[in-house]
Design a protein around this ligand. Sequence first.
Ligand SMILES: NC(=O)c1ccc[n+]([C@@H]2O[C@H](COP(=O)([O-])OP(=O)(O)OC[C@H]3O[C@@H](n4cnc5c(N)ncnc54)[C@H](OP(=O)(O)O)[C@@H]3O)[C@@H](O)[C@H]2O)c1
Length: 261
Amino acid sequence: MSKTALITGASSGIGLELAKVFAREQHDLILVARSEDKLLTLRDELSQKYGVNAVVLSHDLTEKDAPQQLFDQVQQQNLSVDVLVNNAGYGDYGEFASSEWDKIQGMILLNILALTHLTRLFLPAMIARGSGQLLYTSSTAAFQPGPMMAVYFATKAYVLSFGEAIAAETEEAGIGVSILCPGPTQSDFIGTANMDKMAMISNVSSDKLPTAAEVAEFGYTALQKGQTVAVYGLSNQLLTFSTRLVPRGLLRKGVKQFMSS
Ligand SMILES: NC(=O)c1ccc[n+]([C@@H]2O[C@H](COP(=O)([O-])OP(=O)(O)OC[C@H]3O[C@@H](n4cnc5c(N)ncnc54)[C@H](OP(=O)(O)O)[C@@H]3O)[C@@H](O)[C@H]2O)c1
């Protein structure tokens, strides 16, 4: 019987590419994001190309009740989720003191609260079945504090910490957990986060960055290999490893300089 993957943030970027990879690997899909039209187009494309069943459940996951409503819809349709991909997320570039509160609050609700609630809702059935997979999209941002994107970096540190803890809690229950940590990647993320204001980002032509498809393929493979923390790319691996060696004060200064440039 084919497995079903529920993917949040499936309407663009890494989530959309993950949907393509899971479909290619013969998973049925539950596609979640706000943009219903984009999800419907993707559903039609993937069901035609790979012969999988795909269901669209469009939600704004910053709404407090959205994870529970999503879970209830999945139950009502008698679907069982074998793979939960908590991928939806966004960032916001700029000094915290002058940030737009609604954007910050939404980021915490989406990047942290919805992801945690969805895990709480879908994990018990996986444990009861003795099988299941959880894939979290964190970031290289998880490994150090992020002046100029203070809340975003902190949300991604949460995802890494939470994901690793769930991996440890469930390793004897037959659950596979991977935390995907990409660095800057081609997608709508950079524009949504206003990161094009950063010289370090705007000076790099976007086609020099890894594609969302490459990152998604890497994340899928990490999940199948049982790799708990999966940092995309050698330079990101070196960078995240080096954060363990550098004194925290120096690290903060270095990141501030990089992020302010
Ligand atoms: N691209 C990068 O440089 C990069 C680097 C490291 C980590 N990441 C992480 O990768 C993940 C995916 O980002 P991406 O790069 O693929 O960016 P993206 O192209 O902007 O995709 C973000 C996805 O999240 C969905 N989303 C946003 N707000 C939502 C909401 N309120 N409710 C439900 N879904 C919502 C969007 O769909 P709708 O707008 O249709 O709702 C979209 O499908 C994020 O967690 C991000 O933090 C990205």
